[in-house]
Write a protein that binds this ligand. Structure first.
Ligand SMILES: [Zn+2]
Ligand SMILES: [Zn+2]
Length: 420
């Protein structure tokens, strides 16, 4: 005989069990409802893509591409570490931009990054991802932000909105020079990471978490003072639209995205409910990326991603767990004949849309009623020898103590009527 091996889930991979999964369902159902109200269509994407799709879109120099991707090196394919790249690949591959000038998509699913596992950080994690492609208009930005705000609000998650503009290819290089000059003047004060990053992407210094770096950054020039006229107008319009919709926000001149193709509006919904301040949703405009991936000239996009694990934690903090929903009916068949009758009744009631549980082990009435309780069934229906001869089963309300029992014909239609 082979030795018994106990196999566990991989580190950073998590089972979502009944008891927690109800919260996930609530999150997904609420999200789908909100997305529908904003006229978004779902798009389902493969988990594996060519490695170069992510190298191209996320960027060769990034931590994600350099260290964190699950790549099958012999095949040059990678498990998606985020959704935007795949979504854009599908958008371009199927020529969706030709079908409609503006496309609005969402996708929900797992992403994979080989990070050091730490509290709340999983290697398979889940995201809601929402993108609008083909519209540069500032009202699009504010509309997408309002969708995110509505979803968080309906889930009972309290957040504050932070907003910034990253400028564009015309104005950001000038800002970059100004920032580099500032950094050069304070270079000893920055951490090692920042020293290194300043050569590649000085904007990344703005969101360094190191306390000493933060002090230096407080005095750094703001990108908002260096926007070109077009970007400044666009950013004004975004803010005006947010005000029209009654959405409060705070400008955060230090909010950046690591990559060059991010432009103009960038935003985060921040929560402090789990102790440390952290983004629940983060997104922004990435007009340049569409073209980089071979899309139409001047193609534009804006989107955001929400980390579902964090949202679940926040939902738990806000309103606790969601009670698992028990079946409408537990059928307790006693003895061979009673069990057979219950077995067939269950089949008929399920076809009529009711949720029915039953036991096949020939347990005693007492044991079956215990099960009915454990399953949190609304009703129990008892069919023993006596009920078989009278043709009437006993229907018992399991939710209301002291409720009268009822005798009900052993017919699908009769039971269905009482279950309502
Ligand atoms: Zn600009
Ligand atoms: Zn630093």
């Amino acid at each position: 005989m082979e030795a018994v091996v106990k196999i566990k889930a991989l580190k950073g991979f998590k089972d979502i069990l009944p008891g927690e999964v109800e919260l996930w369902q609530k999150l997904e159902n609420t999200a789908r409802s909100v997305f529908r109200r904003y006229n978004f269509s779902e798009i389902r994407l493969p988990i594996l893509e060519e490695t170069r799709l992510f190298a191209r879109s996320i960027g060769e120099g990034t931590d994600i591409v350099e260290k964190e991707m699950y790549t099958f090196t012999d095949k040059q394919i990678t498990m998606r570490p985020e959704a935007t790249a795949s979504l854009l690949r599908a958008y371009l591959e199927h020529g969706l931009y030709v079908q409609k000038p503006v496309q609005r998509f969402y996708t929900i699913g797992p992403m994979f990054r080989h990070e050091r596992p730490q509290k709340g950080r999983l290697r398979q994690f889940h995201q809601l991802d929402v993108e609008i492609l083909g519209s540069e208009h500032a009202r699009t930005d504010a509309e997408l932000i309002s969708l995110s705000a509505l979803l968080l609000d309906e889930l009972g998650i309290k957040t504050s909105l932070e907003l910034n503009s990253l400028g564009c290819a015309a104005c950001r290089p000038g800002y970059r020079e100004t920032l580099l000059a500032y950094i050069a003047g304070h270079s000893e004060a920055f951490c090692g990471d920042c020293q290194r990053r300043s050569q590649v992407n000085p904007l990344r210094l703005l969101d360094c978490k190191n306390a000493t770096c933060r002090e230096q950054i407080e005095g750094a020039p703001s990108i908002l003072d260096h926007l070109c006229d077009d970007c400044a107008r666009h950013f004004d319009q975004v803010q005006e639209a947010l005000q029209m919709l009654g959405l409060g926000y705070r400008l955060n001149k230090f909010m950046v995205r690591g990559l060059d193709y991010y432009c103009r509006t960038t935003f985060e919904f921040i929560s402090t409910d789990l102790g440390a301040q952290a983004a629940v949703a983060a997104g922004g405009r990435y007009d340049g990326l569409v073209e980089i991936l071979g899309g139409p000239e001047g193609g534009s996009g804006i989107g955001f991603a929400m980390g579902m694990e964090r949202m679940i934690l926040l939902m738990q903090a806000a309103s606790g767990t969601v009670q698992p929903q028990g079946p409408d009916l537990f059928i307790a068949g006693i003895g061979e004949e009673g069990s057979k009758c219950g077995y067939v009744l269950a089949h008929g009631l399920r076809a009529k849309g009711f949720s029915v549980a039953l036991d096949h082990q020939g347990r005693s009435l007492k044991a079956q009623m215990k099960l009915a309780n454990k399953e949190q069934a609304r009703y129990a229906f008892i069919i023993g020898d006596r009920e078989m001869s009278s043709g009437l089963g006993v229907l018992k309300n399991m939710q209301e103590r002291g409720a009268e029992q009822q005798s009900v014909p052993l017919q699908v239609s009769a039971v269905a009527e009482l279950l309502g």
